[in-house]
Design a protein around this ligand. Sequence first.
Ligand SMILES: [Zn+2]
Length: 410
Amino acid sequence: MQSPRRTIDLRSVNRQTVLRRLYFDGPMSRLEISQHSRLSPATITNVVNDLLKEDIVIETGLVESEGGRPRTILAVNPQHGYFIGVDLGETHVQLDLFDLHMTKQKTARYLVAPQDNSPEQFIQHIVNGLDELLKTEGLKPEMILGVGVGLPGLVERGGKYNVSSPIWKWENVPFGEMLRSRITLPVFLDNGAKAMALAETWFGAGRGYQNLIVVLLGTGIGSGIITHGSLYRGPTNSAGELGHTIIVLDGRSCRCGSRGCLEAYAGAPGMIATLHDLAPDSPLLRTNDEDDDQLAILNNLVAGVEQGDPTAIETVRATAYYLSAAIANVVNLFNPEMIVVGGWVGLQIGSTILDYLREYVDQYALPPLRKVVQIEISQLGQDAICMGAACLVLDQFLAGNPKFMRKNPS
Ligand SMILES: [Zn+2]
């Protein structure tokens, strides 16, 4: 006889199987779920009945079937609830509201001065943003299934969600616990690049691939490594610190304390340093934008490349050269099928750097591994980290985390 515990586990696994299938491949009939999942029709009927009762799944129509009764088509109910994805960046805080199908409904965005980086200040931005989104969309807090947060740092999973972020000088800050004391909704936290990797895998350029690496190019550089369809985290959830892999021995100082890290060459300040090294008096370094010098200089660089400015071209080429060393290393280490480059710098310079990047990776990666990997720019744009942060909640929702079993679905 099966133990009660085992029965519960099996029900939860079956529920997860049906819900994930309907979410990612639906709408579909019960018969199609059965064909795709290898679960028995009786099991599917039971699970679907539960999901219909909970209003997570809805009936959306009928299809003719050969010689039998028409079949009911089932879909995940987009209005069952909403997710909030938060991107805590070095220069901004962005909150996006998504429906259950991960369609963006609304954004709240605040600029942050680099020195305003205390945990309390970020939490206040999140609290304000949540208020703003709920008010403008006329939603009650209970309609929000959870809040996911992506941030630049090392995030301890579970427990207090301690965060260490060298750039903000945070060491083991119990950020998750602090945030939970201010908002009553379920909260999930992870490194922004890891969150973004989930979004790219499920909804972006990585869809359909099992082994991919998502590179987040911003002021700093991070990455999310997906192997066999799952995030590779390492024992302390710190895997993927691509920005601090060494590409020049004893090279430029990095803000992590080491030297020669990729970030010191291919993050926004690194690119600007390269431009400065090449031509200290270049007009490309001049900006009128006191609020965001980095962005203004990168804009100058992209415009310079388009106009054939040799210094701009050389700066972008040199950045591709450094970045390709790191990418060739991960290609040789992980044998991915896809590399997706995103982040605000990645999006800004993507079209100007992509050809150089592919050419250099051709030179540096082992040919049999290079042959099977594509290099693309993110399709999710500036919302990729918010979307990824919301995916942290979606993942738990699809896994049947009991936090989402609402007593009074409205
Ligand atoms: Zn470093």
